[in-house]
Design a binder for this molecule. Structure first.
Ligand code: 5GP
Ligand code: ZN
Length: 113
């Protein structure tokens, strides 16, 4: 079994409230939500951090971004808007080293956080 939490969630070897999945991308609820809607969008393929992404990850990462559009439609936030963010590295606040896009919505987002 992988020692990466998000690899295990993507493989359904660890529990999570999965809200979307396809062959390349999985999205699930953040266990400690920081907004009324707080979802994490991850590639199935293990990429530790954006700094480890390769040029041939472009399609996979692009698909993660497009899943955000789909989640906005599904949760009703397309018009009101949402935030998509990727914490990267120690000073970027990254805690889990498997690339993930935070999808947050449901209250006005601060400009810098
Ligand atoms: P980071 O700080 O790495 O950008 O964000 C990691 C996120 O993963 C945090 O928002 C945290 O709440 C979430 N998280 C950590 N452990 C778990 C878990 O076991 N399950 C789920 N669903 N989310 C988790
Ligand atoms: Zn992983």
């Amino acid at each position: 079994m992988s020692d990466c939490l998000f690899c295990r969630i993507a493989a359904r070897q660890s529990p999570a409230e999965i809200v979307y999945e396809d062959d390349a991308v999985v999205a699930f609820k953040d266990i400690y939500p920081k907004a009324p809607v707080h979802l994490l969008i991850v590639p199935r393929r293990h990429i530790a951090s954006l700094t480890d992404a390769r040029d041939d990850d472009a399609n996979t990462l692009g698909r993660c971004v497009l899943v955000a559009r789909r989640l906005a439609e599904a949760t009703g936030y397309s018009e009101r808007g949402f935030r998509l963010s990727v914490n990267t590295g120690p000073e970027g606040g990254q805690v889990v080293y498997h690339v993930h896009f935070h999808f947050t919505a449901g209250r006005r987002q601060r400009a810098d956080a």
